[in-house]
Design a protein around this ligand. Structure first.
Ligand code: SF4
Length: 438
């Protein structure tokens, strides 16, 4: 009898890509993919552990699924991903009705674990073994059809920043061979995808038997049918001249770079064990802008890290003012059990101070973003169209090469089409444009 599975995804793009990987593995073993949890025999929550709030949300959802499971004998409920890896036994204590707890390196065993969970009405099955060689090479991923898709090219992280749980839940860095990445991207092009995003926790650290991320970008650029290539997230220390040269030479690679800085204070960066200083980060951005003047750059910033003084925070504000990122993801520090910071550094910045600093940095970035977007008015851009606008069916929505969401005035277009357009208006997050004659 065919069994159906529903995978519900929380967290980052890597998790979205992992859900597609699980769907592929299960489809290969005779499962069908259900559109909703209600229709499925197996429900998997693919979880995130980066923030406590994300975990609490998942417990809320599990509580809801518990009643569904009670009304549906034989239903299998599983938790996969980073929270499964981080919480393991605790998860089972708080949600004993869960049948499966499966970490990010154990997905190949998922179909067998589901079968066993179905047969054994007993304790939950836990498989959270990390495997430093697992890249899921050879697995046929089931992608949601569309214009844009993901390929996970490297997994894990060796950086061990003090505030971050990722190396503990995703294991050590390992990369998929370039030939495998290229054949995945070729299959995507055949299936109608026009844009691919290469994913990795620190994607610029990609390295496989003498081939680095610059080599990988060159190889993927040669795939016909793919109009744009994106990647996220590079790590500043692994962003060398070879990569900058490759970006300058590869027109298909989008002119956008997300380069997390985290703090503008060298003292805090040292404590975070980021491996670079504020000065070297500034120098890197200057070098990138010199060679790639049309690139948009965004970043991540944490305020209120343990020991952050007002002076440290002012240095972060100064860095943001000087480097003028196109956008920024800003967070107030929150302690995660299991990280080095949680073990060794008291969370000593008062919540009110964190909140105040966060507001200041958001306001600063908002004003910079507004100016950056307004500066695009009058410019000619090339849009890759995703589909029709949800707010106005007559319009299309696409993205510029520098990753700015753009609403294209009414016209006859196709999703996946590249359109030259002129920017006519802007807010701090969206551009508006009119197509230019072909
Ligand atoms: S580089 Fe640092 S912040 Fe990024 S995933 Fe690795 S440990 Fe976490």
């Amino acid at each position: 009898m065919s069994r159906s599975v529903f995978v519900e995804t929380y967290g980052c793009q890597m998790n979205e890509a992992d859900s597609e990987l699980m769907a592929g593995l299960l489809r290969h073993r005779g499962f069908t993919v259900a559109a909703t949890a209600e229709e499925a025999d197996v429900v998997l929550l693919n979880t995130c552990a980066v923030r406590e709030r994300a975990e609490e949300r998942i417990f809320g959802r599990l509580g809801w699924l518990k009643s569904m499971k009670a009304a549906k004998p034989g239903m299998v409920l599983g938790v996969t991903g980073c929270m499964a890896e981080r919480m393991r036994d605790d998860l089972v204590t708080r949600a004993p009705y869960v049948d499966l707890v499966v970490g990010p390196d154990a997905y190949r065993r998922l179909p067998d674990l589901i079968e066993r969970a179905r047969d054994v009405d007993d304790d939950p099955l836990i498989d959270v073994r990390l495997d430093r060689n697992e890249t899921y090479q050879g697995v046929q991923v089931e992608r949601v059809p569309g214009v844009s898709g993901w390929v996970t090219v490297m997994r894990g992280c060796d950086k061990f920043c003090t505030f971050c749980i990722v190396p503990f839940v995703r294991g050590r860095e390992r990369s998929l061979p370039p030939e495998e990445v290229v054949s995945e991207v070729e299959a995507m092009a055949k299936a109608g995808f026009r844009e691919v995003t290469l994913l990795g926790q620190t994607v610029s650290s990609y390295y496989e038997r003498g081939r680095d991320f610059a080599d990988l970008l060159k190889a993927v650029s040669a795939v016909e049918g793919i109009a744009r290539i994106r990647y996220t997230s590079p790590y500043p220390n692994d962003f060398g001249e070879r990569l900058v040269d490759a970006l300058a030479d590869l027109p298909k690679v989008g002119q956008y770079l997300h380069l997390p800085v985290q703090s503008g204070s060298t003292r805090i960066l040292k404590d975070m064990r980021r491996g670079y200083t504020a000065e070297s980060y500034r120098a890197l951005v200057a070098r990138i802008r010199d060679r790639l003047p049309n690139h948009a750059i965004s970043t991540d910033v944490i305020v209120g890290y343990p020991g952050e003084t007002d002076e440290d925070f002012q240095q972060t504000m100064a860095l943001m003012r000087d480097l003028r990122f196109d956008s920024a993801f800003t967070f107030a520090y929150s302690e995660r059990d299991g990280t080095q910071a949680a073990r060794n550094r008291p969370d000593d910045v008062p919540e009110a101070v964190k909140g105040e600093r966060l507001q200041q940095i958001i306001a600063l970035q908002e004003s910079i973003s507004r100016e950056k977007y307004a500066a695009m008015i009058g410019r000619e851009v090339e849009l890759l169209l995703n589909g029709r606008s949800r707010k106005n069916e007559a319009c299309f929505v696409g993205r510029t090469s520098c990753f700015k969401t753009t609403v294209l005035a009414a016209g006859e277009f196709e999703p996946g089409q590249l359109v030259r357009a002129r920017v006519t208006d802007a807010t701090s997050h969206t551009l508006f444009a009119e197509a230019l004659p072909a």
